[in-house]
Design a protein around this ligand. Structure first.
Ligand SMILES: [Zn+2]
Length: 447
């Protein structure tokens, strides 16, 4: 008998209090809502100016890239003209080398001729000596001569050589000198060309180095641009989360009122039924009616879930969103601030809404993975909960959900290293990384 009446009475008590709070705080709720909205609007404009900043940075980088690109083109055309000069010089060098080879052949021929003539001159000298040409030994003069020129000088000095022989010798001397001069000039030309070639080669090397430095810089700028784009994407994600939440707040308030009224009505009915049943002395049916009523309002999705039993719905504003153990608590940890709690269990474990509310986002995020975000309006106050790394979600944006209703299943998506639910709770709106507004869920949920 007592059991029968306790539960409905408690429900009625809770619900009328809830209704009362809802009504009394209507004026302040409107103010509160207005404040939340303007907070979100100011956050949106911050996000917008951040995005504008990133856009500016990207266009600066693009300008730098364009200027580097034209510098690269200039360098490439310099390299091309240097290459052309190098191949011209190489051609010159090979021509000069073959000229040198020809001249060397010439020199050898002339040397041979000089030797032949020397032999004749030697014979002549011997003949002159035999014929007793005075006290001078012509052979000695000839043999002691250091060169043809020297010989001629000595010979001329002797004043005994016939004019014809002297002319032959002069010609030979002139030929030999010409050849030496030619050879020297060709060798000089060759060494000039070689030094020019080496200059061009070092010019080419420095241009190549310049080119590779410029390309590295362009690659680096590309990377910077990519990372800015990624940051910009995450900013645009932030922006749409904030916009979606803004759009959900009025809906969440309306839904909270509707839920409160429905509960009040259900409680009144249950109360009436309990009274009637007390009168007709039907103990077991009354108990059942009470349980059914509580279950239907707390867990409307029971029966349509998979992956194991739903967690028991606890009393208080929020219920635990999944069964499992807390593998990581809220707060500072190695790797930085952890803005929620991690509940570990197997993949597919049901994940439920922690409280009545409106889904303002059900999507796949690169960081959160498959993620559901819910706006709650409880006793005139706005809350936000986040359910991340889901294997899948079964709700969509704008959908009303009740406390304990399944919204998805535990997974390992996004930036996650094992199957778990990452659960965040905000006293107010969701706040972008580093999630300064996140609260310790243990202060709201009895884990
Ligand atoms: Zn986590």
């Amino acid at each position: 008998m007592k059991k029968r009446s306790i539960l409905p009475a408690a429900v009625v008590c809770t619900l009328s209090l809830g209704g009362l709070f809802g009504y009394q705080s209507n004026a302040s709720a409107a103010g509160d809502l207005q404040q939340k909205k303007s907070e979100i609007e100011s956050k949106l404009s911050n996000v917008q100016s951040e995005m504008d900043k990133k856009d500016n940075q990207i266009s600066n980088i693009q300008e730098k890239q364009a200027s580097l690109g034209s510098q690269l083109e200039a360098i490439e055309s310099k390299i091309q003209s240097a290459n052309k000069k190098i191949s011209e010089q190489e051609q010159n060098i090979s021509t000069t080398k073959s000229q040198i080879a020809d001249l060397k052949k010439n020199i050898a021929e002339i040397k041979k001729r000089i030797e032949d003539r020397n032999a004749i001159l030697e014979d002549r000298a011997r003949a002159m000596q035999k014929n007793g040409g005075g006290s001078v030994n012509y052979l000695d003069v000839f043999l002691e001569a250091k060169s043809v020129g020297d010989f001629i000088d000595r010979f001329s000095a002797m004043k005994t050589l016939v004019e014809a022989d002297r002319q032959i010798l002069e010609e030979q001397k002139k030929d030999e000198q010409d050849l030496k001069d030619k050879q020297a000039s060709v060798e000089k030309k060759l060494s000039d060309l070689e030094s020019m070639l080496s200059d061009l080669q070092s010019l080419k090397d420095s241009l190549k180095q310049d080119e590779s430095e410029k390309s590295a810089l362009i690659k680096q700028l590309d990377k910077q641009k990519d990372s800015l784009k990624e940051e910009k994407m995450s900013l645009s994600e932030q922006k749409s989360i904030l916009a979606d939440q803004k759009a959900s707040i009025e809906k969440a308030i309306a839904f909270a009122k509707k839920q409160a009224e429905a509960r009040k009505e259900a409680a009144a009915k249950a109360d009436a039924a309990a009274k009637a049943q007390t009168n007709t002395n039907a103990g077991s049916t009354g108990s059942k009616a009470g349980t059914t009523s509580a279950a239907s309002s707390a867990s409307p999705s029971s029966g349509s879930h998979s992956g194991g039993p739903l967690p028991e719905v606890s009393s208080g504003a929020f219920t635990r969103p999944a069964s499992g153990y807390i593998s990581s608590g809220f707060g500072e940890r190695s790797g930085g601030f952890h803005p929620g709690v991690d509940i570990a269990n197997s993949i597919g474990t049901p994940v439920v809404a922690a409280a009545d509310g409106v889904v303002f986002r059900a999507y796949r995020s690169s960081s959160y993975g498959n993620c559901v975000m819910i706006t709650h309006y409880i006793n005139g106050k706005l809350y936000t909960t986040v359910y991340a790394h889901l294997s899948s979600y079964s709700v969509s944006t704008g959908q009303h959900v009740s406390k304990g209703q399944q919204i998805g299943a535990m997974g390992n998506t996004g930036e996650s290293t094992g199957p778990h639910l990452h659960f965040e709770i905000y006293n107010g709106r969701w706040t972008p990384p580093p999630h300064a507004g996140a609260q310790n869920p243990r202060n709201y949920v009895n884990f």
